[in-house]
Design a protein around this ligand. Structure first.
Ligand SMILES: NC(=O)c1ccc[n+]([C@@H]2O[C@H](COP(=O)([O-])OP(=O)(O)OC[C@H]3O[C@@H](n4cnc5c(N)ncnc54)[C@H](OP(=O)(O)O)[C@@H]3O)[C@@H](O)[C@H]2O)c1
Length: 310
């Protein structure tokens, strides 16, 4: 079986990737503060901000593939601490890419739609990125470091929702939890995104890996909707009260970092390669619900070692 080393294995994308790949790959799950344990998966705790530890980890593991999901994803924390953002999203990515390159492993780097400023929709991979905040800037610099260290890397700009293993809420989990408790919440009507279900993203990533793609790709849902509309569609899927969601503008809330308003990037490049349309947001939400009915969130909690689920 090919050996797949996953960084950020305790995060939203990483934990789902571990669970979905454990059957067909020999998986090495790298976490930092939140353990991940699954039968037949090697789990390793490493602080990837230590350059020597990165080198040691990858040269000892000798993976065929490295999928780099570890990052600082808290946009407002990045705005508050530029040095931390650059260490996590630029330097760490470059070190992991270099170590992968040294042991001839193929490298997949997870980036974000937020490298764009959101003034225009339909931007493609050749359009110049213009990050509106420190998070986006640090991720763009991460992409550049990765491609400098490992020119054949695959860089995937994405945005997603799904079920988390550890105690953290994706946008969908947050709306669901709030609405189920009959609490009111805000939904941004001026931020438009193309969020994929993380499990659909993983299926596409694995096809990209199989085809040995390299270079930058936008991998997002087929359609573009506001975060408010996302909440409304989730409420419809779970038969909850959509009137609890208040439509607000992002400026009304006063977040620390500026947010891009329109991140509806073009996905034509990947759709052309795979010769198919990517899933829609509504399809993603339906599958998100089906996964809940199939007890999938519980399986994730078990690999996170949540004692309430044992
Ligand atoms: N979530 C989204 O909607 C979204 C949107 C666009 C792009 N992305 C990109 O997708 C990727 C994955 O995002 P995510 O939401 O799955 O991330 P996440 O849930 O925030 O998880 C971050 C991961 O990074 C690990 N990490 C943090 N500091 C570390 C360190 N010093 N050493 C080693 N590992 C460390 C964490 O490990 P511990 O928890 O064990 O400390 C965790 O596994 C990121 O590159 C992100 O920029 C995410």
């Amino acid at each position: 079986m090919p050996k797949l080393l996953i960084t950020g294995a305790s995060g939203l994308l990483g934990a789902n990737l571990v669970l979905e790949c454990a059957k067909n790959y020999s998986v090495i799950a790298v976490y930092h503060r939140h353990p991940i344990h699954l039968k037949d998966v090697a789990s390793v705790r490493v602080d990837l901000t230590d350059e020597r530890a990165v080198e040691k980890l990858i040269s000892a593991a000798r993976p065929d593939w490295v999928v780099h999901c570890a990052a600082e994803t808290n946009v407002d924390r990045c705005e508050q601490d530029h040095a931390h953002a650059l260490l996590m999203n630029r330097d760490m990515a470059g070190w992991v890419a270099r170590a992968a390159m040294r042991c001839n492993a193929s490298f997949v780097h997870i980036s974000t739609d937020a490298v764009f400023d959101g003034r225009r929709s339909g931007l493609n991979e050749q359009d110049a990125a213009a990050p509106p905040n420190v998070y986006g800037r640090s991720k763009l610099e991460g992409e550049n470091e990765v491609l400098k260290e490992c020119p054949a890397a695959l860089v995937v700009r994405t945005n997603f929702f799904g079920w988390n293993a550890h105690k953290k809420h994706s946008l969908a989990e947050w709306f669901l939890d709030t609405l189920q408790r009959n609490k009111q919440c805000n939904g941004f009507s001026d931020i438009k995104v193309k969020m994929l279900l993380v499990n659909d993203l993983i299926a596409i990533l694995l096809q990209m890996i199989e085809r040995r793609l390299s270079g930058i790709y936008h991998v997002l849902a087929r359609d573009c909707i506001s975060k408010y509309e996302f909440g409304v569609r989730l409420a419809a899927e779970f038969e909850l009260d959509k009137k609890l969601i208040k439509s607000v503008g992002v400026e009304e809330v006063g977040l620390r970092a500026v947010r891009a308003l329109n991140l509806c990037l073009s996905t034509e490049k990947i759709e052309g390669v795979l010769r198919k349309k990517l899933p829609s947001v509504t399809e993603g939400l339906r599958k998100f619900h089906q996964l809940q009915l199939a007890d999938y969130p519980h399986r994730l909690k078990v690999i996170a070692g949540d004692p309430q689920t044992e």
